[in-house]
Design a protein around this ligand. Structure first.
Ligand code: NAD
Length: 246
């Protein structure tokens, strides 16, 4: 149960983030959706409010520091607390390293890694004061295995896992946990872009034989966000149908 908890979920207008927001709301949390302005953000808020009417949405691009700071300030002004942060927003700009443009490297680092540094720093202030917090970063199985064509994305995901362990050590004495959830191949807009040949090659590497659903990731996030996960910190939960073992 997450009653009386306030959770920020980034990138929550679609895909995994939208379902994470719903699952936290179903468990009673007031959820703040933090995503770029769009019709989808309004639709995602309406869904979340069906479970948790006090939920809110603030439009922000996580790679723009002033927009992120404003969203966190508005959250504090409206709710007076931030108990849970789920850093989910992420993009891909794939290409082999020999041809990867510096701009594609930078953009992925900004959205997938630097934004996490900024947001974590901002929410830690109220969490330290309250002596309570749950921070969950959405990584990826490729952060552990590597993946040809994704040097920027993999570097960001591996980086955020190291970041999580370090921050976990720094704030453990304040009753704040920091963990990662690393999805494998999950049905979403990101994976819908893949052609059928690539999709079949990936499915062949998944022992459970099917793609995961956003809910599979969201349940792991909701567990780490709960009181029951109080003794787990600096860890990564892999949600990949066994893909990591192949
Ligand atoms: P998605 O593209 O469906 O959703 C990404 C969300 O992030 C969208 O709501 C998008 O609007 C938002 N976003 C992107 N850039 C943003 C920005 N600058 N500011 C604010 N919001 C921004 O992708 P998804 O599959 O739902 O991915 C969610 C997370 O899960 C990502 O971190 C991704 O790396 C990770 N992941 C996904 C898979 C998968 O198979 N789908 C596997 C491993 C990891």
């Amino acid at each position: 149960m997450l009653k009386d908890r306030v959770a920020i979920v980034t990138g929550s207008s679609g895909g995994i983030g939208r379902v994470v927001a719903q699952q936290l709301a179903r468990r009673g949390a007031k959820v703040v959706l933090l995503s770029r302005a769009s019709d989808r953000l309004a639709a995602a808020l309406a869904e979340v409010r069906a479970f948790s009417p006090a939920s809110e949405a603030f439009a922000a691009d996580v790679s723009v520091p002033s927009e992120v700071a404003e969203a966190v300030n508005k959250t504090m002004a409206q709710f007076g607390q931030i108990d849970i942060l789920v850093n989910n927003a992420g993009i891909t700009k794939d290409g082999l390293i020999m041809r990867m443009k510096e701009e594609d490297w930078q953009q992925v680092m900004e959205v997938n890694l630097t934004s996490i540094f900024r947001l974590t720093q901002l929410v830690l202030r109220p969490m330290v004061k309250a002596r309570y917090g749950r921070i969950i970063q959405i990584s990826s199985v490729v952060g552990s295995t590597g993946n040809a064509g994704q040097a920027n994305y993999v570097a960001a995901k591996a980086g955020l896992e190291g970041f999580a362990k370090t921050v976990a050590l720094e704030v453990a004495s304040r009753n704040i946990t920091v963990n990662c959830v690393a999805p494998g191949f999950i049905r979403s807009a990101m994976t819908d872009q893949l052609n059928s040949k690539t999709r079949e090659a990936i499915l062949a590497r998944i022992p459970l034989g099917v793609a995961g659903e956003p809910e599979d990731v969201a349940h792991a996030v909701a567990f780490l966000a709960s009181a029951e996960a109080r003794y787990i910190t600096g860890q990564t939960i892999h949600v990949n149908g066994g893909m990591y073992m192949r």
